[in-house]
Design a binder for this molecule. Structure first.
Ligand SMILES: Nc1ncnc2c1ncn2[C@@H]1O[C@H](COP(=O)(O)OP(=O)(O)O)[C@@H](O)[C@H]1O
Ligand SMILES: [Mg+2]
Length: 247
């Protein structure tokens, strides 16, 4: 397995392993491309999985990390050839394609214990044939599904679909919660002390409100512990003009 050997050795340009993430923010425009370029297979798997997860989260989708991770790890079976991860449908559909050898028997690949993982691959993945069964179990449990097909010409296409969020009525927000949501959106991201200062509200109250907004899926925390508005938060904000606001 030449690429695995090369990628495990160093970080010279020719030894890099690459993949691309195509994020469809709207259906009417070409996707936003994120290029991932790493010095080892382990780093490529890690970056592809965490970046895809983050993009889904930012769209308000709760795609299970383990499903993305297992599917991306499986790209090792394709030698990471021409990897594209597409984030579609507000992060509720993720399609992972490669131009590797393809999956010969899809039915068997989903059975626990079936694996073609080589000794070399097992340096990076468990390689015990548990990935696809786990993916199927979690997707089915979430009300979604997983499909495996052939790529055009050669390779594999794995499509992971979560059920679309039912268009539920916007959560009812208090005036204060709506002001906090609107402030965080305006600032891009904000911590409790920023919000407390800007709105002149007590820190513990702000803490409590931020937690509640996060529990409703309207805000999320970034790596610095600051909150940012999710897609759901934005659409709630649009709907929560005067009439929906609870006093
Ligand atoms: N992208 C892919 N390209 C080629 N074969 C794949 C791909 N994804 C999965 N497979 C095949 O399906 C098998 C089962 O996958 P999985 O259940 O994740 O187990 P494991 O990765 O431990 O082998 C793999 O061993 C491999 O033969
Ligand atoms: Mg696997």
């Amino acid at each position: 397995m030449k690429l695995l050997e090369r990628a495990s050795k160093g970080s010279e340009n020719k030894n890099r392993v690459r993949g691309r993430i195509a994020v469809y923010d709207t259906q009417k425009a070409p996707p936003r491309l994120i290029k991932i370029d790493e010095g080892s297979c382990a780093d490529l798997i890690e970056s592809l999985a965490t970046t895809t997860y983050r993009e889904c989260q930012q769209k308000g989708s709760s795609f299970p990390y383990v499903v993305l991770r297992e599917t991306i790890e499986n790209l090792i079976h394709a030698n990471f050839a021409e990897v594209v991860v597409s984030v579609l449908d507000n992060g509720n559909t993720v399609r992972i394609t490669d131009q590797g050898p393809g999956v010969e028997d899809v039915h068997q690949a989903f059975e626990p214990g079936f694996t073609t993982a080589t000794h070399e691959m097992k340096r990076y993945i468990r390689g015990v044939g548990s990935g696809l069964p786990v993916i199927k179990e979690i997707m089915t449990f979430s009300g979604g599904r997983v499909e495996i097909g052939g790529n055009l010409g050669c390779g594999t296409v794995v499509t992971l679909r979560l059920p679309r969020e039912k268009s539920s009525p916007a959560p009812i927000l208090s005036k204060r919660q709506a002001s906090i949501l609107s402030l965080v959106t305006e600032l891009g991201s904000a911590g409790p002390s920023d919000v407390s200062r800007e709105l002149g509200a007590g820190l513990s109250t702000v803490h409590r409100e931020l937690t509640l907004l996060e529990e409703k899926g309207l805000l999320k925390s970034n790596e610095q512990g600051k909150r940012y508005c999710t897609q759901k938060g934005l659409s709630c904000l649009n709907k929560t003009v005067a009439p929906g606001i609870e006093q």
